[in-house]
Design a protein around this ligand. Sequence first.
Ligand code: FE2
Ligand code: FE2
Ligand code: FE2
Ligand code: FE2
Length: 326
Amino acid sequence: MAAKITPEYIDLLNQAVEREFKVSVQYFLQHAKMEKIIRKTIPENILLDKTTYDAVGKFLREIAIQEMKHTASIMERIYYLGGQATTKAGKPIVGNSISEFAKLGVEAEEEALTLYRKIIDTSGQMGDWETRELFEKIYSEEEKHLFKFQEYTSFQDEKEEPSKVPLPEWRKIYTDDYFALLNKAVAAEITGVIQYTNQHEKASFLELRMKNTPLEAITETNKANVVSKILKDIFMAEMEHLEKISERIYLLDGEATTEPDPLPVVGETAMDFLTLDHALESSAIALYRQIIAEALKRGDTTTRRMFEDIIIQEEDHFWTFDDFVR
Ligand SMILES: [Fe+2]
Ligand SMILES: [Fe+2]
Ligand SMILES: [Fe+2]
Ligand SMILES: [Fe+2]
């Protein structure tokens, strides 16, 4: 007999989704910040091609992607159990040095192990073996993350001396209101990642329920299935945008935001997803145009060109959704 799924049980699994998203964004932003930190450090980097900093930057990115996969597989499971996966994400804390990243990582991973032990217990008692199996697998990966972060908690970061050189003239264009504008893009990208990942999982569940026409049966495909694949490619593109934009902000000595804006919305059907995503891409395009104009006005060529590349991809996303929405 199938396990009886209660709303409390779905809530418990959604707590896991919230924290997986949180750490995924946290590690991703820390990885983006490494570019900046690497430049600050002195002897090791000048003499060596590869440094501890590169190694840590690399593993942060790898772990961030693993956490994203955890998020997706837990969401998938929630949809299979008839629940709705949350779009809420815990608030990431980024920090400023390797030892800080490591300490925050240890905290986050310990929190995961505690919660997942509880989930493994509960799903076992309920006879929900699939969920238990999923969390046992995730648990062992979190344990590896914990050990990895523990290695670096006592890492001696290079001391950051206050600069003796006054801020050169060309850097005066990077004002707080400019960072606030760039952070609207970071927030929009986080929204995209959350919304599309959730919809991707929901669509792959809908797919199973919807093989109805003979053509769909023969081709073993249907609208939800097509949409699910499209969304996967697009959310990966948004992850890259998030990485590039936040890296740029950190490099300019700004702080990247960690919260989505607008709030992600999932919808009920594949058609809802497309309509919502179409609107999200539209607002991103409008925002990025505004950023490009502002960067041009300030003479910030690097940022302008970066957004010119990104906006081409957003337009592409827009037209992809547009094909369906018409
Ligand atoms: Fe995880
Ligand atoms: Fe982890
Ligand atoms: Fe994007
Ligand atoms: Fe996009």
